[in-house]
Design a protein around this ligand. Structure first.
Ligand code: SF4
Length: 375
């Protein structure tokens, strides 16, 4: 299935201490409804079946319901909202989005209790609202997942967090290693965690999923050398780990691996995954030079997932066919291509199962704003 992510704006009603977006970006105007509609029409015509609205915080947009309704009308089967959950706890809001056409919600939660979560997102009462919203959405039979960003502050309580939300009925977890960019830099003393320590926290949480008989969490922004045995659950570490498909071949999450600022250095030279892995983020290497004590992976890890397949080169684990993801965002100062408009990034991965070949095409262009006006 082809999937498109639309980043509506950088505006947000929380102030997470680990946010990788720059607070100054929040002043940028969001994408006009007309422009989003145009991209949705185009994507639908090209056979896209999944759309994800993200930000910033997409629920700040008064026209989110209209976008969901339009997506449904255009035939997108999978319509996801990625949210911090603050508005989701308001009476009737989840019902409103569900009625408009949302099929999936991904809620960001970063602590096992109110004290831990609220301190990180810097909004008193945020945990109670997000947790209430999550329950409301689940009660409506809609799919939910949670995102958890690991920091020095919340890593010790990761097993408690996983346990608490498994008990609430959540089945889809993404555990995220932080990016040392954006607003996090201002709070780095409090937030900074090495990748080995973050991986150790994930290992401590793993038995919680095993005991519950639950699907294991996905891991984002980790490199395989931090925990080689967990590689099959890692996203976005190689160009071909972007699409995670369930047994029916449908995407269970949508991520694009960024090639731009990754570097193979230090342990990468002797690593069994060096031809496949994109390497370390540059901002991470500035803090952990030479790879922060991580060693090379000595052999390609065995695929370890059941019921889901991850697209990987070198393991013989291919889904034949053509897969495409796209992302539409408004560029901010310093990003290329620059100028007023919508930056569209598109990536196509064609997997030839018979020949074991992977063909990757990437494209990026700027759509001018034209006559589109802000809704
Ligand atoms: S190539 Fe480098 S970053 Fe990637 S797993 Fe190997 S050592 Fe780690």
């Amino acid at each position: 299935m082809k999937a498109i992510e639309v980043l509506l704006s950088y505006a947000c009603n929380e102030a997470c201490a680990f946010c990788s977006q720059d607070i100054a970006w929040r002043r940028a105007p969001g994408l006009p409804f007309a422009l989003v509609a145009r991209e949705l029409f185009k994507a639908a015509k090209e056979g896209y079946g999944a759309v994800c609205f993200s930000g910033g915080e997409p629920t700040l947009r008064g026209d989110l319901g209209r976008m969901l309704a339009l997506s449904r009308k255009l035939g997108f089967e999978y319509r996801r909202v990625q949210t911090n959950g603050l508005r989701l706890g308001s009476p009737d809001y989840a019902a409103e989005l569900a009625a408009a056409g949302a099929t999936h919600f991904r809620v960001s939660l970063h602590g096992h209790d109110a004290a831990a979560h609220d301190a990180l997102v810097k909004v008193p009462g945020a945990f109670a609202k997000a947790a209430a919203g999550l329950e409301d959405v689940m009660a409506r039979g809609l799919a939910v997942g949670v995102n958890f960003v690991l920091t020095a502050e919340n890593a010790p309580s990761l097993p408690a967090f996983c346990s608490a939300f498994l008990e609430r009925g959540v089945k889809d977890f993404v555990l995220i290693y932080p990016l040392f960019e954006g607003d996090l830099v201002a709070h780095e003393g409090r937030m900074r965690i090495g990748m080995p320590d973050a991986a150790a926290a994930v290992r401590r949480a793993w038995p919680v999923f095993e005991r519950a008989g639950a699907a294991r969490p996905h891991l984002l922004n980790f490199t395989p050398c931090a925990a080689p045995e967990l590689t099959p659950w890692m996203l976005a570490w190689s160009p071909h780990s972007i699409l995670v498909l369930d047994a029916a071949g449908r995407p269970v999450d949508l991520y694009m691996a960024s090639h731009d600022d990754r570097l193979r250095t230090g342990p990468c030279g002797a690593c069994a995954l060096s031809s496949e892995c994109l390497g370390f983020k540059r901002s991470w290497l500035e803090r952990f030079p030479g790879g922060g004590g991580l060693g090379p992976v000595d052999r390609v890890p065995e695929p370890g997932r059941r019921g889901a397949r991850i697209l990987r080169r070198g393991t013989g684990l291919f889904d034949a066919g053509r897969h495409e993801v796209a992302r539409a965002v408004q560029p901010v100062a310093g990003q290329a291509p620059s100028g007023a408009g919508l930056r569209v990034e598109r990536m196509t991965v064609t997997l030839d199962g018979g020949a074991g070949r992977v063909i990757e095409e990437r494209a990026e262009w700027l759509e001018p704003l034209g006559e589109a006006s802000h809704a």
